[in-house]
Design a protein around this ligand. Sequence first.
Ligand SMILES: Cc1cc2nc3c(=O)[nH]c(=O)nc-3n(C[C@H](O)[C@H](O)[C@H](O)COP(=O)(O)OP(=O)(O)OC[C@H]3O[C@@H](n4cnc5c(N)ncnc54)[C@H](O)[C@@H]3O)c2cc1C
Length: 586
Amino acid sequence: MTEYAAPLRDMQFVLDHLVDLPAIAALPGREDLSAELATAVIEEAGRFANGVLSPLNRRGDVNGARWADGVVTTTPGWIDAYRQFAEGGWNGLVAPTDHGGQNLPRTIATLTEEMWNGSNMAFALCPMLTRGAIEAIELRGSDAIKATYLEKLVSGEWTGTMNLTEPQAGSDLSAVRTRAVPQADGTYRLFGQKIFITYGEHDLTENIIHLVLARTPDAPAGVKGISLFLAPKFVPDADGKPGARNDLICGSIEHKLGIHGSPTCTMDFGRNEGATAWLIGEENRGLEYMFIMMNAARFAVGIQGLGVAERAYQAAVAYADSRVQGVAAGDRSGTKVVIARHPDVRRMLNTMRAQTEAMRAVGTIVGEAMDFAAGASEAGVRAERQAFVDLMIPIVKAWMTEAAIEVTSLAVQVHGGMGFIEETGVAQQFRDARIAAIYEGTTGIQAADLVGRKIARDGGVAARALIARIRETQTQLRAGGAEVQALADRLEDGVVALERLVEFIVTQTASDVSAVLAGSVAILQVFGLVCGGWQLGRSALAAQKALAEGTADAAFYREKLATAEVYAWQLLTRVPGLALSATAGR
Ligand SMILES: Cc1cc2nc3c(=O)[nH]c(=O)nc-3n(C[C@H](O)[C@H](O)[C@H](O)COP(=O)(O)OP(=O)(O)OC[C@H]3O[C@@H](n4cnc5c(N)ncnc54)[C@H](O)[C@@H]3O)c2cc1C
């Protein structure tokens, strides 16, 4: 079994060539950021991921979370790893310093989060959900709620959860039934059952803070009647310490295909007097607030897909370099070779690598855009970057998680029969990756969001702005000489396909929305594939420049060029077919 090795060289490439760290450092409040600091952070994160989280990954799979009488026991080693994670300040990496965070940009956190997920996805889910809770409280919590909870969540002393799903309310949250009954003292009592709640119960911290969607008695039906509440496992006392046990309990945990180390809990609220809860923001605006958490979480799940894909790729390379089978194509000497020498195995490995590097590049530039959307001084820049982020969230979530399923499946294939055997570890990556395309909104839900809310609603304005940026890179590639012409050609196909698809969405949505929705996943795939090609195109141009200027790392940059070419032939060639099926109608 191969342990995870954080892909620091490629991450450094992304920081050096694809994002603009000096411009981020020039944003108000980011004066402390430097290239040296960014490198130091990812190197330290890499050490933690490789040395602490990765060795626990398989243990979490074979010895997952256990439930008995409402108590959840995590995998042996999890508690200590979590303590180290929190003490290292990783939990509050992007949180503001006034609540004890490190105030580092999302650009860097995108890379550290990839490492947590690549080394141990089941573990990484816990801090991922806490981050979503922190963001919702920061943006909509009252001063009293912020004072009581934020610092403890940022430090990792307590963890956060997201309680949306109920048996009858999955993708369709308008069906949420959990009741919130107002009390004379301004609090509420919650009654209802939530299912599939990640880290709803565990033994890592002394308190767990649940964010819960529920309805007040007079709330209107549907999504306009859902409110967001905060219900702690232990209600904090006057000193802010965990006090009385709240009326909420984990009724059971699920037996799952993957991420066995992550407890997936049924949460019962109000078996007795009702779970004491506080309203976040205003009544009936819960879904709107929850979207704050969901957007952060959707982005994070996309990055999760990337992390697992990278791990599977590394395992496949290691296996292909050691497994001896057959002779090299065309060699009559009979000398046996490692399978990495076979053209079809190389195709698989190269395709995996191209997808993974494309995902990393796309994820990081979306993280960078979040930094500008939140922190740029000019309102125009903030709005433009936010429009890009909004457009890209469903793409990052769905394209990357579907690609992760493909990459982890290819890793099984590269291993042959051994891939189907648990000991090699790739079967776990394949099983773990499968959930990422389902939770936080399935691929179908992301695709509907992309074509509806993100493209049709603004008449295609944000999408066309993106296409113009891709076109710019494509034009540069066209002028870039023979070694990047395959990329220029296939990216041109991609731009043409995107223009047609945006036109299709904008003109057909009013008259035949079913036709648009029937093609929506294919449309989303085209967007993802072309954005990946766009970023590998930028990477190829940067590699050409580095090679022309002379570099000690020429082999790395030549591989970058080769990987971009693989992407053009193996992945961008899918675009015309997908674009055709996307517009086939219902
Ligand atoms: C391991 C795990 C962890 C989870 N963690 C959490 C958590 O922490 N908190 C939480 O609240 N929930 C959590 N969930 C729940 C998860 O978010 C839901 O399972 C997911 O949103 C899908 O809902 P569903 O299972 O009810 O499927 P359904 O909504 O029944 O969907 C079934 C199928 O129908 C499709 N579909 C449904 N509606 C539409 C539509 N309108 N248009 C097109 N296609 C549609 C879906 O794409 C899917 O293919 C978790 C689930 C799992 C398995």
